[in-house]
Design a protein around this ligand. Sequence first.
Ligand code: PMP
Length: 305
Amino acid sequence: MDLSKHAFFEGKIVPFADAKISIATHGFLYGTSVFSGMRAYWNEEKKRLFMFRPFEHFQRLLNSARMMAMDIPYDEEGLIQLSLDVLRMDDWKGDVYLRPTIYKADMGIGVRLHDLKDEFCMFVTALDSYVKNNSNAHLTFSSWRRIDDNSIPARGKISGAYANSALIKTDANRAGFDEAIVLDHNGHVSEGSAMNIFMVRDGALVTPPATDNILEGITRRSIIELARNELGIEVLERSIDRTEVFIADEIFMTGTAAQIVAATKVDYRPVGRGTMGPITTKLRALFDDVVRAKLPKYHQWNVEV
Ligand code: PMP
């Protein structure tokens, strides 16, 4: 992995090798940390990096922190400034991924959230495509269930909850699939291991609502807007049944790391004609232009580094 030379750690930018926590740190022992995964994209024409929707990513991070009774002395704007400072320390000339984390920093034993110190840290890494087979992925229904809002909130990006994602991902990959679809406690489709899901049915784009135990994805939100405004198609946020997936015309998954993954098979059944569909194809091209700051209409989503 091509990691940054610098990181933000305990209030300042330090050489990456110096950004270390103890084995007795609460966040490590109990998964009591929250994080964000955001990207900065390289625009080859302008020879510049552009962060994609950092305000929304930091807003979600701070909301996750609130759920976990955490408090840090930065707001969204302050965190964007820190990110720009970290990115500018290293000479990136390609797409990168930023990983800011807020964690319970005290050392020792005792599982709880209160009366503990919170710290913020961040590093950067080069990151290409996250799902290798992103134009004709084969999905399976996971036998695991998505964590529930009343156990660990799925709408928070909580490190400990990613044990659920890891179980889902490994079992899907070991069984020969690229990614999995996860059902929630009610048996409705929620999302993938670390990405949201969309299907096309009868010309409309359908995605599970925020109340079906999904992470409220920034890519999801962007795709909903682009589909409505640029493709003029109807977008419905409603619960999805398992068998609807088998009769969908198109399926794709969205996430910052994954970007837009076209799924062409689910549990050995072809999706639509078994190749990437027209709506997925258009949205992938549009999304790539938008994140690289090539569409002036969406420049409010791009923050120049
Ligand atoms: N669901 C989960 C569980 C995720 O980890 C992610 C990745 N952050 C997503 C969905 C997609 O969210 P976003 O588009 O904001 O990256």
